[in-house]
Design a protein around this ligand. Structure first.
Ligand SMILES: O=C(O)CCC(=O)C(=O)O
Ligand SMILES: [Fe+2]
Length: 274
């Protein structure tokens, strides 16, 4: 596994809002990630997240239009909380360090992991930003997206609008059926040419939660499977949005409270640990 990012990669991430890291995992590690994540997803039997019985493809109160959205991808959240193997992979301090270095923050906590599997013939992922969905507002939050299959332009690899993270806000414009809906709110970004990011299995991207991104449909008869994790800078505070938090946990929170519950968002890396 790549354990460090170069200054060039950090600068590129800061400028564009995303960065591609080729061969992030070596062949043996990729084998482990595939085996572990595929089994953990199977064991969930479609249940989207711990603490809820909603299944993938059903309305979860977060994304509108469950029938369409359920065919964008199977979205299985916080596998690290239900599977010891995934926990070891996702809470890896080395990934936390890379996330912290790219984001230029001192400490990192996972917000949530998610397996994102586009089935054969899946719908495209409309252009969107991630951060407005989350229970904290932080302009430096980011996600890793690791390809478990080769992600190609044919089967729904990602595209990014470079530099868009400098202009977008925490207003939630959702993720619906219309690919271009978000650009109604950001007319100045309509003319920026997106960057295509096909990835070999084992390669990854990191993207800022405010960088506009999307993916095409899966035009193939095989799945496009990815494992992802959103990361929250240490010190982030509750903004009143429930997102994936349980009702019981939300009841204990006031706006402005630190999101530092170790069972929900463990600190996986901090500079002072070195
Ligand atoms: O996998 C996809 O199609 C979209 C991924 C995405 O939106 C994300 O990782 O934030
Ligand atoms: Fe996203």
């Amino acid at each position: 596994m790549r354990e460090r990012v170069s200054q060039h990669e950090i600068d590129s991430y800061q400028e564009n809002g995303f960065v591609v890291i080729n061969d992030f995992l070596d062949a043996k590690e990729l084998g482990t990630w595939r085996e572990t994540v595929f089994k953990a997803v199977e064991d969930r039997a479609g249940v989207k997240m711990p603490g809820s019985m909603t299944k993938t493809g059903e309305d979860d109160g977060i994304n509108a239009d469950a029938d369409y959205y359920g065919k964008v991808f199977d979205q299985i959240i916080n596998l690290w909380q239900t599977d010891a193997g995934v926990k070891d992979l996702i809470l890896d301090q080395r990934i936390g360090r890379i996330a912290a270095d790219l984001a230029e923050v001192d400490g990192i906590r996972p917000w949530h992991d998610q397996a994102l599997f586009k089935r054969p013939w899946a719908n495209p992922t409309a252009w969107h930003v991630d951060s407005p969905f989350w229970s904290f507002h932080h302009r430096k939050a980011l996600s890793i997206w690791i390809a478990l299959d080769d992600a190609t332009v044919e089967n729904g690899s990602l595209f990014f609008v470079p530099g868009s993270h400098k202009h977008t806000t925490f207003e939630n414009y959702g993720i619906g059926k219309n690919m271009d809906a978000i650009f109604d709110h950001y007319p100045n970004l309509k003319t920026v040419n997106p960057v295509s990011a096909p990835l070999k299995a084992g390669s990854c991207t990191f993207h800022n939660g405010l960088c506009i991104h999307g993916a095409g449909p899966n035009m193939t008869a095989r799945p496009r499977r990815a494992m992802t994790c959103a990361f929250m800078p240490d010190g982030s505070t509750f903004n009143g949005i429930k997102n994936i938090l349980t009702e019981d946990y939300v009841k204990t929170l006031k706006i402005g409270d630190m999101l530092n519950n170790e069972g929900q968002n463990p600190l996986i890396y901090h500079r002072t640990q070195e």
